[in-house]
Design a protein around this ligand. Structure first.
Ligand SMILES: [Zn+2]
Ligand SMILES: [Zn+2]
Ligand SMILES: [Zn+2]
Ligand SMILES: [Zn+2]
Ligand SMILES: [Zn+2]
Ligand SMILES: [Zn+2]
Length: 258
């Protein structure tokens, strides 16, 4: 279904059209995955989550952080790529973020779509309550004490939902894939799509590269550094094209050129 159009400040040259396509994409706004309903440019490869395309400049009294206003930012906090994590899903924001000016709270637009209580029969047949962040971080005693109903794993970064009736658990990051960004509805499995064998080694390797680039980036503009890191992350994931030299060597010349 086609219809709604918008001109978005992130891509002012072309009109974006709202479409519903099943394929997997990376949102140009928050840099997170998505599938299903989205805004796309029909002239070039620019796609936005619907909730990123229509993100408000300010969130007031959001239930995850009602005590302060949250402001919308198009880039993550400076120097924060390694340190700062989303207070909901625990992953580092790489693009659009809501941040508190008064304290260090921040979250992805997709995480802002979640709420402290989820009652969707597509998720679970009872309502799910978000556990306090303290509950999820209480030392090693509780780690592995539950398995997430979506990913079948135990402790992961970020917060956790729980059903008080039957002790069902769901990671916030998995709730996002299941109910917010359209991945599950369109048959995608989110972060588990990379081959398990590559897992640890690939992650360690790209961590090293990112640390290294972190040094270079201090002398560069924010947007450029972001482009490099984007390339690294994609290259590290074993993207599929036979190109061999991943994003790193491709991205750096772009820095010199412009
Ligand atoms: Zn997005
Ligand atoms: Zn375009
Ligand atoms: Zn998040
Ligand atoms: Zn705050
Ligand atoms: Zn999970
Ligand atoms: Zn239940």
């Amino acid at each position: 279904m086609r219809g709604e159009e918008m001109v978005h400040f992130g891509h002012p040259r072309h009109v974006l059209v709202k479409v519903d396509l099943p394929d997997f994409y990376t949102c140009a706004g928050c840099k997170e995955e998505g599938a299903g309903i989205r805004y796309v440019c029909q002239e070039c490869d620019y796609q936005l989550h619907e909730f990123c395309a229509s993100a408000p400049p300010v969130l007031k009294s959001h239930p995850f952080h009602y005590q302060h206003q949250l402001l919308f930012f198009t880039k993550p906090a400076k120097g924060g790529i390694m340190k700062s994590k989303c207070d909901v899903c625990g992953r580092s924001p790489k693009g659009y973020t809501f941040r508190c000016k008064a304290c260090s709270f921040q979250m992805h637009p997709g995480c802002a779509m979640l709420s402290p209580s989820l009652s969707s029969s597509s998720l679970h047949h009872h309502p799910l309550q978000l556990l306090s962040s303290a509950a999820n971080n209480t030392g090693g005693d509780h780690s592995g004490g539950f398995l997430c109903g979506e990913c079948k794993r135990g402790k992961r970064v970020g917060r956790v939902y729980r059903c008080t009736v039957c002790d069902y658990h769901l990671h916030a990051v998995c709730a996002k894939d299941a109910a917010v960004n359209g991945l599950r509805a369109n048959g995608h499995k989110g972060r588990d799509r990379s081959p398990a064998v590559l897992g640890t080694a690939a992650r360690v390797a790209s961590q090293v590269v990112i640390d290294f680039l972190g040094g270079i980036m201090e002398g560069l503009g924010e947007g450029v550094g972001e482009a490099i890191l984007d390339g690294v992350t994609r290259g590290g994931g074993g993207g599929g094209r036979g190109g061999g030299n991943g994003g790193v060597t491709r991205a750096i010349p772009r820095v010199r050129g412009g």
